[in-house]
Design a binder for this molecule. Structure first.
Ligand code: FAD
Ligand code: UDP
Length: 387
């Protein structure tokens, strides 16, 4: 008999929630295997040489409409209340993103803006949040040309850089994350609960994993300890009868036998400057600059006070598992073809009793942090019921 009841591969939010719940609620002994040299997955943060708390894998802002998720995480952290605001550089001007009524007034003359505003309100209602692909289907000529303007200036080039395709070539859910807003609300997210963990995400996830019954092995990829020999799972060469929860890439788990699932990667370029503040808001998007999509200034997220500041520039790129400079799979690519290929892997997962795949990579889904937590809490509840 193994001394563990469950193995969790990956110490990001998905893996940490499962490990924490299994240990604290069921008294299970859980072995967490993490291939990186740190916990917290892509939400990892750390202090840089200038003493600024930076997000290693790109800026992370927590937001949720789920009280249960907020309350659950609040056991492990206090929050800095923070509402994210983004400006986008369009024709040399900084305008609110998502494109809202203030953006409209910045981009058009007063009479034009007020006519378009009236039409937007009549068609969709005040405070509506209209996906750009829906606005482009408007039958009204003025709204149609407004949609084309926003599509061209805000979406088409940004999306080409981020995803390597046009907005209508990937799932409509992707561009709908940043809708056209028929109000002056300039917040990036409208969720009732928004914030940044006061001591950071690594500290939050560290507390989740710091439970009796949980052992964490860093620098340890699943395959170093576990072999899947369908339908059996072996831990250190011996049959393992417990649960295996895997939060890495599902195609990698099966040695790509049904083909590779495509991902997008990112290159982050960090820079520390000897000035207290670099830009007017935490994130500025550059839809039309070559290569670059956005710049984020960490102090504006964390509220840290310092004479220096650290920023990160993001350059999207294709994922290539053979190339060290682009081998972090940040985003699954949401096309119908890829979804079907993922489904074939999901069917394979079902043939191995005890195996569950979870998280952004394990389920090949665009999960925000709160989705990842909600999803893992649901998975835990289902597992608890099925025992
Ligand atoms: P991950 O965080 O990717 O964790 C998976 C872990 O598994 C990793 O640590 C990995 O090393 C490990 N692993 C993989 N394979 C193996 C293996 N074979 N063996 C052992 N370990 C393995 N969400 C928000 O809510 N707000 C934001 O502002 C936000 N910004 C984002 C910005 C960027 C640039 C990106 C890429 C994502 C952003 N997200 C944001 C999403 C957020 O990062 C995810 O929701 C979250 O990280 C999902 O957690 P996870 O545990 O499923 O995956
Ligand atoms: N998007 C865009 N221009 C912008 C902001 C977003 O075209 O200025 C599109 C782009 O396709 C992007 C998607 O909307 O991938 C979702 O944006 P979000 O900011 O949610 O992306 P994330 O923070 O997850 O990278």
């Amino acid at each position: 008999m193994s001394r563990y009841d469950a193995i969790v591969a990956g110490a990001g939010f998905s893996g940490a929630v499962m490990a924490e719940r299994l240990a604290s609620q069921l008294g299970w002994r859980v072995l967490v295997l993490e291939q990186r040299n740190h916990i917290a997955g892509n939400c990892h943060d750390q202090y840089d040489d200038a003493g600024i708390l930076i997000h290693t894998y790109g800026p992370h802002i927590f937001h949720t409409r789920h009280a249960a998720v907020w309350n659950y995480l609040s056991q492990f952290t206090e929050w800095r209340r923070y509402e994210h605001r983004v400006l986008g550089e369009v024709d040399g001007e900084l305008i609110p993103i998502p494109f809202n009524l203030t953006s409209l007034r910045r981009c058009f003359s007063a009479p034009q803006a007020s006519r378009l505003e009236e039409k937007l309100v009549a068609a969709y209602g005040r405070d509506a949040r209209v996906p750009i692909l829906e606005l482009r289907r408007s039958n009204d000529d003025d709204l149609k040309s407004l949609a084309d303007f926003i599509y061209e200036k805000v979406f088409v080039n940004y999306t080409a850089k981020q995803w390597g395709c046009r907005p209508d070539e990937i799932s409509a859910d992707v561009s709908a994350r940043v809708p056209v807003v028929v109000s002056e609300d300039d917040r990036y997210f409208q969720d009732p609960y928004q914030g940044i963990p006061v001591q950071g995400y690594s500290a939050l996830i560290g507390r989740m994993l710091d439970q009796p019954g949980i052992d964490v092995a860093l620098d340890t990829a699943l395959r170093q300890r576990v072999t899947i020999s369908a339908p059996d799972i072996l831990l250190d060469g011996k049959p393992f009868a417990g649960s295996l929860i895997y939060t890495g890439m599902v195609d990698e788990l099966f040695d790509y036998r049904l083909g590779e699932l495509p991902y997008r990667s990112l290159q982050f370029r960090f820079e520390t400057l000897d000035i207290p503040q670099f830009q007017p808001v935490a994130t500025v998007n550059f839809p039309n600059a070559p290569g670059l999509t956005r710049i984020t200034e960490f102090k504006q997220l964390t509220g840290q006070v310092s004479e220096r500041t650290t920023i990160v520039r993001e350059y999207p790129q294709a994922y290539d598992r053979h190339d060290e400079t682009r081998n972090v799979p940040y985003y699954p690519v949401f096309t119908e073809e890829n979804r079907q290929r993922y489904q074939r892997y999901a069917d394979l997962v079902k043939t191995i009793p005890g195996l569950q795949c979870l998280g952004r990579l394990g389920e090949y889904r665009y999960l925000n942090m709160d989705d990842a937590v909600a999803n893992a809490l649901e998975r835990f509840a289902a597992l608890e019921v099925s025992r």
